[in-house]
Structure formats: structure tokens, C-alpha cells
Design a binder for this molecule. Sequence first.
Ligand code: GLU
Length: 380
Amino acid sequence: MDNNYLAELLFGDIRTTPEDMFAKYPARTLPDKAAVTRFAPSPTGFMHIGGLYAALISMCMARQSDGVFYLRLEDTDKKREIEHGADEIITSLAQYGVCFDEGAAADGEPEKGSYGPYRQSMRKEIYQTFAKDLVKRGLAYPCFCSAKELDEIRKAQEAEKADMGYYGSYAKCRNLSIEEIEANIKAGKEYVLRLRSDGNAENKITCRDLIRGNIEMPENIMDVVLLKSDGIPTYHFAHVVDDFLMGTTHVIRGDEWISSYPLHEQLFRASGLKMPKYAHIAPIMKLDGGENKKRKLSKRKDPEASVSFYSKAGFPVQSVLEYLMTIANSNYEEWRMKNPDADMSQFKFKLEKMPVSGALFDMDKLASVSRDVISKMSEE
Ligand code: GLU
């Protein structure tokens, strides 16, 4: 297969190369220990308390190391997006003192920083530049499977009690000839771009998580979708390209992404990009029907999942922040007792002191923290 020919066939209009991108977005010049962190929400318009928690931690990491904290809008899923969803996020975070050094701005406002655009929907050419390069090197291929064909693969896997997914001999489009690909394209068939995984499930890789320590997982074997049929990247591919080009040093994200780590490791390697460090944070949980029944705070079921709940319920901003810090680092409370009047930013936050299993959100505890905060306020 002539990969250069295939790359031109798929991405004929892309004239830029990864090198052009490296030149346009040079490595940041910051002190050695400076952390570059980000908050990367989908602009759904809903600000979850867990989002504030993650953003607060990411901000602490950047601030205490004289680094950079930026906002990236992961707006590649148009179905989930709502109008002014970004404004909602920016405003509610600002209310809690979470402000960005650079990144996406409210609708109609200019972005700050030279690593943008910071809205993924505006970075199509950047992703396609890296996608084209993968195709050139034989590491990605177009897949024309219809929903029906994917369903047939699924049924076959069920019948054979095989692992689900698009991989190995089940990956029908992995070995299409260039003639077949051209014919499909000429016929106007839609396609996605998939990674040609070189993984072997027998091999293990290690995620050196800054909160949980080393986690061993099997290599990724799935030929995961990198670009959807509209040429827009999936989270996996966009994350790799963006976090590299934007100079992120620490990816601090929810632990639902741990299982994708082997894929991300493989994608960084395939793209020849240096990986950031990772910290996967445990979600905020609540007890539901019994001592041991913990579940994540749900946007649908729990009013307290929304950041807007707290101001409506009368909790001052500072109380919520103080409480989130006590969840984030168990030594925060002790520090606060010794330093009753210090600004929160004086506390030396440590990722490795974060809880590894879901911390319980405790309303009584929040009320008690809040009592202390309010007692220090002036009468006005
Ligand atoms: N948009 C992703 C999410 O909201 C971001 C995860 C990340 O921080 O990398 O889950």
C-alpha cells in the first residue's frame, strides 16, 4: 500500500505538517517545575460540583508552581452542546475564584494566549495534520463499516464469546487495498479514520498516576476511531494533539479515563509526541440507601451536583472552596486550624495526598465548615 498516496487521497487539502505545528506552537519557556494544567469541559451548560473540584485542583497546581492554567472547550460533540454553555462555565467558575491565565473566552470575547484556538471545534486542520501524518506512516486507516456492519461484528463477537470492539481479525477495513478504498470513496461512502493498533493484550503497560501510584494495564489492541465521519476528532485523539501542542505538563482528569490510558499512551507514541504526567481524580460521591451504597453525584438526581445549588442554599463561596479543599487533601483541615486567617493559596496542595476512592460529599461537614467561615465575616 502506498501510504503517501492514501494520505493525499484522504487529506488532499491538508498542506501543513506536524513540524509546521511544532514551529507554530513552540515549547513553553517556563521554570523547570512549573505545571501547565487545564480544565477541559464539554460546554453542556451544566457546572457540576465535581468539575469545580477538578478545576480548583488544576488551578492550585499551576499557581503554586508559577505555571499556567488554561481553559480548553471540548466542543466536538455538537449534540451535547447548548448555546452559551461556555459562558455558563466561565461565569460560575469565576464566581468561585477559578480564573484562567489563558484559553477559551466567553462567546464573543477574544481568547487569551498563543496556543489557541482553545475551542476544539476550531482546530480541525490541526487534528487533520496529525491524522494525515499517521496515515502516511501506515498507523491509521479509513474504515467504511456501516452501523449495520458494526452490529454484525458485535453479534459475531457475542456468539464467539470474544472481546467486543474493532480489533484484530474483526477489524474488517484494516487491510483494504488502495483500490477498494478508492472505489469506496468514489462511491461516496462515509468513513471514519481508525488507529492501526500495534498493541498486544499479553503485554502490560504502566500508568504512573500521580495520585494512585503505578497502575498496570494490558496494552490497547483496539483500532479506535480517531476522526469521526465529519472529520472531527474523538476525545482520545484531540486530547493527545491538544495537550501536547498546548504544553500541558499535568493532565488532571476524572478517573473514568484511567481505562483509556493504554490507548492514550499508544497514541502519543504513534504520533511521536511526549506524554504529559497524569493524575486521575476520584469522583465526589454520596451515600444512597445504606451505609455502603456509594454512588457518584448525579446531574439528574441530585440538586447538590450543580454548583449553582450552593449559592442558592446560602453557602458562601469561601465555604464551598474550603470544604472542597478538605476533600482534596486530608491535611488541609489541620493546616487551616494552625493558620486560621491565611489565604487558601498559601496551603501547599499535593496531588499524592488526594483520595484514591470516591470521597463522600458530606452536607453536615460543609455546614460545619461554613459556620467557621461565616463566623469570621463582618456583620455586613
Ligand atoms: N472533556 C473531557 C471531560 O469532560 C475532558 C477530560 C480531560 O480533562 O482530559 O471528561
